[in-house]
Design a binder for this molecule. Sequence first.
Ligand SMILES: Cc1cc2nc3c(=O)[nH]c(=O)nc-3n(C[C@H](O)[C@H](O)[C@H](O)COP(=O)(O)O)c2cc1C
Length: 208
Amino acid sequence: MNVMDALNWRYAVRQFSPERLDEDKVMELLGATRLSATSYGLQPYRMILVDDMSVRRSLIEYSYGQEKVADCSHLIVFAVQTRVGDEMVDRYIRSVALARELSVDELKGLAEHMKSVFSGMTSEQKREWAHQQAYIALGTMLTVAPTMEIDTCPMGGIEADGYDSILGLSEKGLETSVVCALGVRHPEDENALLKKVRYDMAEMMMTV
Ligand SMILES: Cc1cc2nc3c(=O)[nH]c(=O)nc-3n(C[C@H](O)[C@H](O)[C@H](O)COP(=O)(O)O)c2cc1C
């Protein structure tokens, strides 16, 4: 499916069918999402595939009763790293050095620049920065999934603290950002019949 057709085909699914997506297809989608752009390339988020059905059922309570967290085929939780700063920069610099066959010393200027940017930010600003990156990844997932005929529902209607505690994220230095339910639309899903509501291009886009 070309991108325009895929974006018109997609919608936020309310009710998923019990059908399970092919595991390889899901991994391909996660692989595409992994290629998302991030600020400085720092990738401060992780994608958590919640496989355990009892865990998924216990997440309903922290999803304002949205049962699709259990009814969908695959549930992905985007979580961000809570420690944004020198350690994150050093780890990335080591990866750049390895991938591009450079020495860490050659990347010293870049590392110092990134560290100085973060040291000028408050904890809240760093946290917001990390969550923005997770949302970019969510956007990639929402765009790529329909080209593979995978249905989705992005979900911000969650209590992040509840997710963190059920998934044991604080111990891992992570906190929940946003969720994406993946699966196959139910043939009786009422949302599938809703006409798309988008403002006109004349309003959404301007040339200055
Ligand atoms: C960040 C974000 C959070 C959302 N949270 C929820 C949610 O918790 N539950 C839900 O059913 N839909 C959720 N949606 C879906 C939107 O309601 C939906 O995308 C919007 O109404 C436009 O409809 P469409 O995507 O079907 O075209 C969310 C969408 C985004 C982008």
